[in-house]
Design a protein around this ligand. Sequence first.
Ligand SMILES: Cc1cc2nc3c(=O)[nH]c(=O)nc-3n(C[C@H](O)[C@H](O)[C@H](O)COP(=O)(O)O)c2cc1C
Length: 199
Amino acid sequence: MDFYDVVERRRSIRSFAPTPVPDDVVARALKAAQRSPSPLNSQPWRFIVLNGQARDTICSIVAGSSRLLEDLLPLVDPAVIEQAVRFFSDLGGAPTVIVVTLPRFTADYDRKVALLAVGGAVNVLQHALAAEGVGSVCVTSAVWVEERIRSDLGLENDEFATVIPIGYPAAPPATPVEREDKVLRLDVWPRAAEGRSSG
Ligand SMILES: Cc1cc2nc3c(=O)[nH]c(=O)nc-3n(C[C@H](O)[C@H](O)[C@H](O)COP(=O)(O)O)c2cc1C
């Protein structure tokens, strides 16, 4: 598939077939993710790939957080909550789950640029998987149970970024959702247009 086709067709997948994703497919996608740019080539991402019993354990930890979804009941359509609770109960049956973390930064700037780089790498990972026909979804709401995830995995000093269940989609991905064009195009710097120089 051409790069732009992958970008156009990728969807977040929340229901997976039980078929395992071959290790070499996951490794290729992770290698692509780790080609991502980062500040001073710091490569601040860390990917933890969970299969088998480790996968079952992360799923049960995340499932434990669905009671927190119920707190949102008054705010959100109950059907949406019901769908989310079902997905959280076993992360859509994903055969593999990837946890993404980064080092803990104290300076705001360092943290901001590291998070930007990790987001970029996660994005490449999801698109590389999509190019392989493998579905995924960023589950940042697993942050509700991040302390348990970090301590069980011995990553107490890391910052939690996201959990990403991956697997072959249980059904063909839905048609892409339209996106708004949020690009501002300028030929003249606005302050100059008002007759002020940038000084
Ligand atoms: C940073 C980030 C956080 C997200 N967190 C969640 C999440 O916690 N749970 C979830 O089901 N989807 C999550 N998503 C998936 C978005 O809901 C999804 O990307 C968006 O609705 C657009 O749909 P699409 O990915 O199918 O194009 C997240 C996506 C991103 C990029």
